[in-house]
Design a protein around this ligand. Structure first.
Ligand SMILES: [Zn+2]
Length: 334
């Protein structure tokens, strides 16, 4: 029951403006021979108890029923379809044809028509699997222009690279992007390394399985380097990440907390100061032994060395608090 604000509208029974109360009501509705229970909002006149129809209420309930029906039947939303168009850079018509639908099917879905379960499943599969999307594109390549086909295939291939790394590291990257407005590839590399270090310091375990290497500019996760090298020294702005929208459950609450801790401390610095910090740390220095300044190397920085270093420093600094981490950063920067 909502009663923060006194709501008033015309009651057709009382024949005057009366206050009313919004109440939730469940109704059973039969759609295509199947009963569905929907929770809708009703407006009840405070004076006579009749139902009222204040402006916007019907629209709100139509919207509610649409959402609830799609949830029951596990049908994709309009937003999902828009994400698919963004990911594969395709217009409504070409996407429709590429999925093996009629040319205007997607257009109708975008204006509110509910997809059949079969078509909804095709859209969902395309959304979660670039391999499936490539298969659909290949099967229907004669129906769309070569330009649209090539653009979509290229997007699918780039997405496949994204799926080649672990869910956990993707979860960390996605979470960092949510927390910070601008991240360059160099900065991202360092933050990933610090996430592992702070996770070891606090929970004696890494968050993701990937290993980093001791490159001249500090620790680098090579698979992630490949994924984002096109952005060079610029902030990463990656439309591919639309695919993870609403799927941030790749991380546990504890893991998410670590990433946020790193974002709020190390994340306040740009790539270069972060690089200077890693250059003073044992894991990178030990892996670089025997290499002169600026000599490239692909030496592994073992998880063990990150663990040992951060567990040792944890005794001197409290890495479970932003203050402790900031104190560490300040001392490393001087
Ligand atoms: Zn009334």
């Amino acid at each position: 029951m909502m009663s923060e604000k006194r709501r008033i509208d015309f009651c057709t029974t009382c024949r005057k403006e009366t206050p009313y109360t919004l109440e939730k009501q469940t109704i059973v509705k039969n759609i295509k021979d199947k009963d569905y229970t929907f929770t809708l909002t009703t407006a009840v006149c405070d004076e006579c108890g009749s139902f009222m129809s204040p402006p916007g209420l019907i629209d709100k309930n139509v919207q509610e029923m649409d959402t609830q029906y799609r949830t029951y039947e596990n049908i994709v939303s309009v937003h999902d379809i828009k994400r698919l168009m963004a990911i594969y850079k395709m217009g409504q018509g070409p996407l429709s044809l590429a999925l093996g639908f009629g040319e205007v099917t997607i257009t109708r879905y975008l204006s509110g028509q509910i997809p059949s379960k079969e078509y909804s499943d095709i859209i969902r599969n395309a959304l979660i699997s670039p391999r499936f999307m490539k298969k659909m594109l290949y099967e229907n390549r004669d129906k769309i222009t070569p330009a649209a086909y090539n653009k979509a295939i290229k997007a699918a291939e780039e997405l496949e690279d994204l799926f080649a790394v672990s869910d956990k590291i993707l979860g960390v990257i996605y979470c960092l992007f949510e927390q910070l407005t601008e991240i360059t590839p160099l900065m991202l590399q360092k933050l990933l390394y610090f996430v592992q270090g702070i996770s070891y310091a606090n929970h004696n375990t890494p968050i993701f399985p990937e290993d980093c290497q001791a490159w001249t500019h500090g620790p680098v996760y090579p698979e992630i380097y490949t994924l984002f090298k096109q952005f060079r020294y610029n902030p990463i702005e990656d439309p591919r990440f639309v695919i993870f929208e609403g799927t941030d459950d790749k991380l546990t609450v504890q893991e998410r907390h670590i990433v946020e801790l790193v974002a709020n401390t190390f994340g306040e610095y740009t790539g270069k100061p972060l690089e200077r910090i890693t250059h003073q740390e044992a894991p990178w220095q030990d892996a670089r032994k025997g290499y002169g300044d600026g000599i490239p190397s692909n030496e592994l920085i073992s998880k063990q060395s990150i663990r040992d270093y951060y567990l040792e420093k944890e005794i001197l600094y409290d890495f479970s608090s932003p203050e402790g981490i900031k104190k560490y950063i300040e001392e490393m920067c001087h």
